[in-house]
Structure formats: C-alpha cells, structure tokens
Ligand binder design. Structure first.
Ligand code: HEM
Length: 210
C-alpha cells in the first residue's frame, strides 16, 4: 500500500469516528438540568429567555446533524454508486448548517468569556455559512470541482466542534489552565488551523502544472 493511500484511510477513519462521537454528543443535553453543563454558567435572565434557549438547542442538535451527515459526503464510493443518497444527505447537511450556523451566530453574542470568545465563535459562524452557501451555489451551477473545494472548507469549519472538545480537556487537564483562559484561546484555535489544513488539502489535490 502506498503512503498516500495509507494517509487517506487514516484520515477518513479519524474523521468518521470523531464525527459520529461528537455528532451524538448533543444528545447528552436531553433532560439535562440548566444548572449542569455550559448552561450552568449562564445568568438567569438568559435561561429565562425562550429566544436564547431555542437558539441554543437549535444550534447544538442541528450542529450534531451537520457533523453526522457531512463526513459521508467525502466518500467517493457513495458519490459514485449512490448519487441520490449523496444528494439527500447533502441537502440535510445544508439545511442543518444554515439553521445551526445562524443560531450559533446568535448565541455567540452571549458566549462565556466575553468579546474574545464571542468574536471567535461569530467569525466561525459567518465563515461556516459563507463556505456552505458557496458549496451550494457551485453545485447548482454544475461546478463540481469548486463544489468539492467549498465542501472541504465548510466541513473543516464544522469540525471545529470536534477540535474544541479535544483541546479543552487537553488545555485544562494537560496544561493545567483555568477553563476561562483555555476557552478564550480555543474559541479561535478550534477553527483557524482547520481552515488552513483545508486549504492545504485543496492545494495538494490540484493537478500539477507541467
Ligand atoms: C461550526 C460552527 C459552530 C459555531 C459558530 C458554534 C458556536 C457555538 C457557540 C457560540 C456556543 C455557545 C458558547 C458559549 O455560550 O460559551 C456553542 C455551544 C455548543 N455547540 Fe457549537 N458551534 C459550531 C458548531 C457546532 C457543531 C457542529 C456542533 C455539533 C456537535 C456544536 C455543538 C455545540 C454544543 C453541544 C454546545 C454546548 C456547549 C458544550 O457543552 O460543549 N457546535 N457553539
């Protein structure tokens, strides 16, 4: 087996395992009291706001759905042999991103940690919506290559949900940082390297000139 193929198998396995694991993670919020988890750190005024709670739950459950549907779109066999399934899952991903991303932008304003985390998450939300809208626009115009590139960018940003949940315990338990200090860094670190890796993967796949 050549190195490129081994790298691809490793990459797909890593992506699929984490996508399923973190994609199902929002289910833990079902029946969880407001005093537990992230909501426990929010002021009462926010926890009494139907608008905020609707945005929060819409964001986490549809974000999970985006993670769960998105990774399947990269399997070449699924695209070749089950094009209709690829299209259906693609539409579900698109709607999930649109709703979860819009809600994510809204709840970013109230993020724990103040303006540094708020701007980090808001920038992520805007870029997630932008790259996904481009993925949709390009496929509607039959531009398959461009569509693949925008989907790589969109899903790399979606994967911020995975990165965040890997870095957070690492920074707190591993490096002994306070939650709030780690959170401010990770609101940015969870997505900036991801989009750079996406650009690297896109460039690596481009045909070489001469
Ligand atoms: C990629 C764009 C995303 C943005 C901009 C975003 C933004 C946010 C924001 C602002 C919060 C609230 C943070 C706070 O109040 O301190 C949050 C929490 C949360 N998000 Fe996202 N998120 C994104 C993707 C996802 C995805 C794909 C999932 C799917 C698992 C997800 C699941 C969650 C969960 C479960 C929480 C609750 C916090 C926790 O207990 O970990 N997010 N997100």
């Amino acid at each position: 087996m050549d190195i490129r193929r081994a790298q691809n198998i490793l990459g797909y396995t890593f992506m699929s395992v984490f996508a399923v694991f973190i994609g199902l993670y929002p289910l833990r919020f079902i029946g969880l009291s407001y005093s537990d988890g992230l909501l426990g750190s929010k002021p009462d005024a926010l926890l009494n706001s139907t608008l905020y709670l609707t945005g929060f739950y819409m964001h986490i459950f549809l974000g999970g759905l985006a993670l769960l549907t998105g990774f399947t779109q990269f399997f070449p066999k699924l695209r070749r042999k089950r094009l209709n399934l690829h299209r259906t899952l693609g539409k579900i991903y698109l709607i999930a991103v649109f709703l979860s991303g819009t809600a994510g932008l809204f709840i970013a304003y109230y993020a724990t940690g103040g303006w540094i985390t708020a701007i980090g998450f808001a920038a992520l939300a805007v870029l997630w919506l932008y790259t996904t809208a481009n993925a949709y626009a390009t496929i509607r115009n039959g531009l398959i290559d461009a569509h693949q590139k925008w989907m790589i960018r969109s899903y790399a940003l979606c994967f911020a949900a995975v990165s965040l949940r890997i870095y957070l315990p690492l920074f707190i338990a591993g490096f002994g940082m306070e939650f709030i200090d780690a959170y401010k860094i990770i609101a940015w670190l969870c997505w900036v390297p991801n989009i750079l890796i996406a650009e690297f993967l896109i460039v690596r796949k481009l045909p070489k000139i001469a």
